[in-house]
Design a protein around this ligand. Structure first.
Ligand code: E4P
Length: 215
């Protein structure tokens, strides 16, 4: 499983990139709005930091509008992946864009059936939202397992981005489920690197070292 970061904050992206584990970035309109900056400027800056797929989302609800936005977005950088919502209009846009060789990420996926349709329309990536399914009492990881199973069954090469990742348990479970990618907020990336026994182990090594050198 590859790591993407789910943020539009360039400082977080820079810091995560320094860890050497980052393969791409996903943004969404809420994340961009939080930054209070011009959309295209943020996306351009991100492409300068990370050399990998950078998802930038369209805002139109009609396929024509989505396509027009997509054609502008891909002018920013060759690594731009156009993020499109999982609707009938969205799939029309995905079908058109994929025929033009433009990569898409179909977002707001909550069932394996939605993922299958998006893949068949030509999506390069699908983004099932794990945390938001957990929020309504369902098991988001189970949906990842179902999508992995269906894609394997039919030899579908669309990549599965496990999204809406809220904790390190999600990171481990979606990796075990076979997600190709997890897109993770910066604080969860950091959390996933830790274990209380790692910290305790470091303290113990340092203490033993100091004790031995004091004698
Ligand atoms: C996906 O690409 C979305 O940006 C994101 O993962 C949504 O996560 P949230 O449910 O924590 O907002």
């Amino acid at each position: 499983m590859k790591y993407f970061i789910d943020t539009a904050n360039v400082n977080e992206i820079r810091k995560a990139n320094e860890l050497g584990i980052l393969s791409g970035v996903t943004t969404n309109p809420s994340l961009i709005a939080k930054e209070g900056r011009i959309f295209a400027d943020v996306i351009k800056e991100i492409t300068d930091i990370v050399d990998g797929p950078i998802s930038a989302e369209v805002l139109s609800l009609e396929s024509d509008g989505m396509i027009a936005e997509a054609l502008e977005l891909v002018k920013i950088h060759k690594n731009i992946v156009v993020k499109v919502p999982m609707t009938a209009e969205g799939l029309k846009a995905v079908s058109y864009l994929s025929k033009k060789g433009i990569r898409t990420n179909v977002t707001l996926i909550f069932t394996a059936t939605q993922a299958l349709a998006a893949a068949r329309a030509g999506a390069s990536y699908v983004s099932p939202f794990v945390g938001r399914l957990d929020d309504i009492g369902l098991d988001g990881v189970e949906v990842i397992e179902e999508i992995v199973h269906i894609f394997n069954l039919y030899g579908i090469d669309t990549e599965i981005i496990a999204a809406s990742i809220r904790n390190k348990n999600h990171v481990q479970r979606v990796a075990l489920a076979g997600a190709h990618i997890a897109t993770i907020p910066y604080k969860v990336i950091l959390e996933s690197l830790t274990h209380p026994l790692t910290n305790a182990g470091i303290e113990r090594f340092l203490k033993d070292w100091e004790d031995a050198n004091q004698k």
